[in-house]
Design a protein around this ligand. Structure first.
Ligand code: SF4
Length: 461
């Protein structure tokens, strides 16, 4: 269970189990915000909830299994369960496994979820509850207060062969730029120190609305990733400092080059999450992805020339149908050249409804495993060398958690450098921090040690 608790008595209480990616987490926050506006409170455990919402992920078959297991657990622990999210598109499968669920709604069907909650746990009426102020759209956050995901669009216009997101979430639908900026401004005013820009395809932002301009503080601003990044870089926290702003799920379009100078100028965090998925032109073509990997190497070099500290995270699929040993070796060689900072690898898994399933020459499971082990070995070695090169440097670190004093009275803390996104990248472990240090603080840290994924250091004197 991962809902924030409130203490107003006699309200109906909602439990929320939120599975899946940061995009689903943002949906959960929106649903909870609406429910709170309707007078509901939130339960921290199954026992305290009048009804439990399970926000599911249906991206991979393994995610579907996890979703079904979470629904089963909620039914066993509480019994009154409403299902929403990506897997909600497969209501029949959910009802076949768990006939007791009260209602099933799909991704982004906020009205339907709220309606289902109203039906199965009608809100308490009364002067006390009716006086609850209407919260702003982002009042409820499931992430710690110091960082927030900012979702700029839904859906995707691509048709990568391994992916069913466009079927699940539809074509690209961008939010208005002024609405996005207003949300960002409110988040920063309320304590957010790090904004993570997310969508299914961040670099396509605004394409569907022809990059329409909206007035923002007296000036026209286009719905375009570069304009958005520039405006976000101009935000200031109540202390007058710029928040960290990073771009995630960026598709390798040529115009991505335009945001690199913003990183060099300090308007954007020098971090780019850009899933390349493979390097072999043949496999990329089979995946229906842009297949100009040699150009990508040139672009990486020019990005590093402009912004030497840029950290590039990417993800790759191994064992895609038709991937030969030669293709895989091509990918490994490419990675040796590309020297990416952070890499996630996935073994290809056929997802029901994906066009890749019809491709010939599936890669046997044992070979997929072997390739996965090999890519991990290469990327861990690169990561370890890149992190070792940071030892001795002083880097800004955002604090996520501060520990309790140990037997010697020393307090440790965990934070992240600008090269680390929450939950997916590494951490910076600090020793001997002052007791006054709080999550969300940004401090300069001298790096003393490193390993394959993480850094270790002390606040610079
Ligand atoms: S760009 Fe991303 S979301 Fe869109 S089809 Fe490809 S993998 Fe799926």
């Amino acid at each position: 269970m991962n809902t924030p608790a409130t203490s107003i008595p006699d309200q109906k209480r909602i439990g929320m189990v939120s599975l899946g990616c940061p995009k689903a987490l943002v949906d959960s926050e929106r649903i909870l915000t609406r429910l709170r506006a309707d007078g509901y409170a939130f339960a921290e455990d199954y026992a305290g909830a009048d009804v439990v919402l399970v926000n599911t992920c249906g991206f991979l078959d393994s995610a579907k299994e996890e979703s079904l297991a979470a629904i089963g657990e909620a039914i066993a622990e509480n019994g009154r369960v409403i299902v929403t999210g990506c897997m909600g598109e497969e209501a029949d499968a959910i009802r076949a496994a768990h006939p007791q669920v009260l209602a099933v709604t799909g991704a982004h069907q906020y009205e339907q979820v709220v309606e289902a909650v109203h039906t199965h746990a009608p809100p308490t009426q009364g002067p006390f509850v009716d006086l609850i102020p209407q919260p702003s759209e982002n009042d409820i956050k499931l992430t710690p207060r110091h960082y927030s995901y900012l979702k700029i669009s839904e859906g995707c216009n691509h048709s990568c062969a391994f992916c069913i997101i466009p079927q699940l979430r539809g074509k690209l639908a961008s939010r208005r730029i002024d609405a996005v900026l207003r949300e960002a401004e409110k988040l920063v005013a309320a304590g957010t120190r790090e904004l993570l820009i997310i969508s299914q395809d961040t670099s396509a932002y605004g394409v569907d609305i022809r990059h329409e301009s909206r007035d923002w503080k007296g000036n026209p601003v286009r719905a375009h990733m570069t304009d958005l990044a520039r405006e976000l870089g101009g935000l200031r926290t109540p202390e007058g400092t710029p928040p960290w702003v990073s771009l995630h799920y960026v598709y390798p379009y040529p115009h991505v080059d335009q945001v690199i100078p913003l990183m060099a100028d300090g308007l954007l965090t020098p971090y780019l999450d850009i899933p390349f998925q493979h390097a072999s032109p043949k496999v990329l073509k089979l995946m229906k992805r842009p297949a100009n990997e040699a150009k990508v190497l040139e672009r990486l070099k020019s990005w590093r020339d402009i912004c030497p500290d840029i950290a590039i995270r990417s993800s790759f699929v191994v064992g895609f149908p038709g991937e030969t040993e030669e293709d895989f070796q091509y990918l490994l060689n490419w990675l040796e050249e590309a020297q990416l900072d952070r890499v996630g690898a996935f073994r290809f898994e056929p997802v029901e409804g994906a066009s890749a399933n019809a491709l010939p020459d599936p890669v046997p499971e044992a070979i997929k495993e072997e390739r996965y082990a090999r890519i991990m070995e290469v990327t861990e070695r690169i990561s370890a060398a890149k992190l070792a090169a940071k030892v001795g440097r002083t880097l800004p670190v955002i604090i996520d958690e501060v520990g309790e004093p140990d037997e010697d009275g020393d307090i440790g803390a965990t934070g992240r450098s600008q090269a680390d996104a929450p939950q997916i990248d590494g951490a910076v472990y600090l020793r001997n921090v002052p007791a006054s240090l709080a999550p969300g603080a940004i401090v300069n840290v001298t790096i003393e040690d490193s390993d394959a994924h993480d850094l270790y250091g002390v606040i610079a004197g």
